[in-house]
Design a protein around this ligand. Sequence first.
Ligand code: PEP
Length: 254
Amino acid sequence: MRKFIAAANWKMNCTKEQAKTLAEDLLAVSHTLDKRHRVILAVPYPYLIMVHDIVHSNEYYSVAAQNMHHEKFGAYTGEVSAPMLKSIGVEYVILGHSERREQHGETNALIRQKIDLAMEYGIKPIFCCGEPLEVRERGEQNEYVMNQLQESLFHLDGAHMKKVVIAYEPIWAIGTGKTATIDQAQEMHFMIRSKLIKQYDENVANSVSILYGGSVKADNAEALFNCPSVDGGLVGGASLIAADFEKIIEGLKR
Ligand code: PEP
């Protein structure tokens, strides 16, 4: 059965000391969790080992990388590969975040390559999808997101698909303070799960956690997570403040 997940995306923030304090503080809410829950901290590369060491003895916490390269090794200055992440115990990797798509020209085809590498190395992808504002305004968000799933994920067989976490992140809601309404989130998440049932089966579809991302805050998390088709959140800004992210973790379904 799928997990209810609070995933933090720290992006390019925190010094080493700040990262250490934040990770240690976040462990404080572990008593509110049980085996249906998972807290994932997607931290900058330099802190992956340190944060992994801080949280790994707690069964409900994992670390994630925020990206990885689409090749295994080679002359790619400044890049980080799947085997490197695997060798330091990283369990998850965010792939296809809209900031990577926009700032680094990542395409659905490139993300598919990364998904396959993550699978090869047993790293679970947190696959981000979501439409830009103009697509939402044209009412074409369902087709847009379906195409992202089709081109990057749906070549996987059911056993591999079960390892994927999907994060629906409407681009117009990321870092803008504008959150999708409960109805917008529920409608998209329901559609994604229905597509998974059609493409695979109920068993696979019910194994995939579908997170909402886009201005999730301490005061709106619980309402969003209470949508029947929402299994938690991928959180940027609010994950950098321990008290706020703790509240978001507490908002996970019980
Ligand atoms: C994100 O970057 O994945 C995100 C959802 O950011 P924020 O919560 O700040 O909107």
